[in-house]
Design a protein around this ligand. Structure first.
Ligand code: NAD
Ligand code: DAU
Length: 357
């Protein structure tokens, strides 16, 4: 498919971490495309992530819920949407342990609602073959790996271990079934851990950066030996772009950074970067703040992604190394206290107490 095709793109969850990075990526790469962002602005959604695009002539922001079928029907038709990039989700494992309900509602029922609405819309448009529905999913659907296991590939059986990953697995199965049953031109991507600008403070990397800046303990779960495969968010965005532009409907691609790092090593890297880059730190060296805390229930030990399919079929590879990406990320958090300070709200403090007390 030509990369120059002009699209009318609906981006769900476009005010969240990856979604807002993707909106920036798409608007910059395809300035003529119509981009509609649909986001419910939950605690994780933040209009200010898109502040610099407020007056963009081709961008529209709609506050709305992916479970609201009439609103979605209206939007798809009003905007004659041909491409859906679906990021909207409840995304944090610890919150799914505290309260799984919202995860089933948004991730399963919300994805189902979008699929049904898009199916009706696509049929009413006489099933254009260039339309796409790309569902953004996670490597967590594959479960956990032992130290010597091969990395997750697209044929690894699903074995989700948290309510979050189970709800994402449910949504992946629905998306898959809409291709096989109705021929809907769906795509699924399963990506490893992202990091970068606009990452909400509940997740490991921003939480550690902010706690270092505030001189608060750095809570490392369990023995800190769990492994994640880290990918800079800009690389995730370019991979999704590549899949939309080049792949055949019905395909699924794993996306990863080839950067397996133990949590404790990652936290030390962040401490070292902060020691080097932050002019004032309440506690220096920052690693004195590291505190081992009770493990996350059901904590997956290791994730690793085999991204050879997207590399071989679509020519995508990550461009940012973990050391470059972490340096850029630390610099971004240092430069943007006005972005993250308001997020440490009373609701966030309640959440923090519930997980870490
Ligand atoms: P996030 O929590 O930062 O953002 C989620 C966004 O979805 C928020 O803007 C929120 O307001 C919106 N949203 C939530 N419920 C909604 C609803 N019912 N209707 C409309 N909007 C709603 O999440 P993220 O980290 O940016 O993740 C985005 C997607 O990527 C998710 O589907 C997640 O499963 C997937 N993913 C994330 C990672 C990662 O490392 N963060 C890795 C792989 C895949
Ligand atoms: O693998 C992709 C997934 O990555 C995405 O699907 C999820 O949406 C995203 O949240 C992320 O899930 P993780 O659970 O891996 O990310 P998190 O940042 O919460 O934790 C990363 C690791 O760090 C994990 O092993 C748990 C550990 N951790 C996390 C926090 C918040 C700690 O040790 N201490 C902490 O305070």
């Amino acid at each position: 498919m030509a990369t120059t095709t002009q699209r009318k793109v609906l981006i769900t969850g476009g005010a969240g971490f990856i979604g807002s990075n993707f909106v920036h990526h798409w608007v910059k790469t395809y300035p003529q495309d119509r981009v509609v962002v649909l986001d419910a602005l939950t605690y994780a959604g933040n209009r200010s992530n898109l502040a610099d695009l407020e007056s963009h002539p081709h961008l529209r922001f709609v506050k709305g819920d992916i479970c609201d079928r009439p609103a979605i029907d209206y939007l798809l038709s009003e905007e004659t949407i041909d491409t859906v990039v679906h990021f909207a989700a409840e995304s944090h494992v610890d919150r799914s342990i505290l309260g799984p309900d919202a995860f089933v509602r948004t991730n399963v029922v919300g994805t189902f609602t979008l699929l049904e609405s898009f199916r009706q819309h696509w049929n009413s448009r006489r099933q254009p073959q260039d339309d796409r529905f790309l569902h953004v999913s996670t490597d967590e659907v594959y479960g956990t790996l032992g130290p010597a296991d091969p990395a997750f590939s697209e044929t690894t059986p699903y074995a989700p271990n948290s309510p979050y990953s189970a709800s994402k697995a449910g949504s992946d199965h629905l998306v898959r079934s809409y291709f096989h049953t109705y021929g809907l031109p769906t795509l699924i991507t399963n990506c490893s851990n992202n990091y970068g600008p606009y990452h909400f403070p509940e997740k490991l990397i921003p939480l550690m950066c902010i706690n270092i800046l505030m001189g608060k303990p750095l809570p490392v779960y369990g023995d800190g030996q769990n492994i994640r495969d880290w990918l800079y968010v800009g690389d995730h965005c370019s991979a999704i772009d590549r899949v939309i532009q080049r792949s055949q409907p019905g395909e699924t691609y794993n996306i990863g950074g080839n950067n397996e790092v133990k949590n404790i090593d990652l936290v030390h890297m962040l401490c070292d970067l902060m020691d080097e880059l932050a002019p004032h730190l309440p506690v220096r060296p920052a690693h004195n703040l590291i505190t081992f805390v009770k493990d996350r229930p059901g904590h997956d030990r290791r994730y690793a992604i085999d991204a050879s399919k997207i590399r071989d079929q679509l020519g995508w590879e990550p461009a940012v190394t973990v050391s470059e990406g972490l340096r850029q990320t630390v610099q971004w958090y240092l430069a943007h206290p006005d972005w993250w300070r308001p997020l440490l709200s009373p609701e966030y403090q309640e959440y923090y107490k519930a997980v870490y007390a």
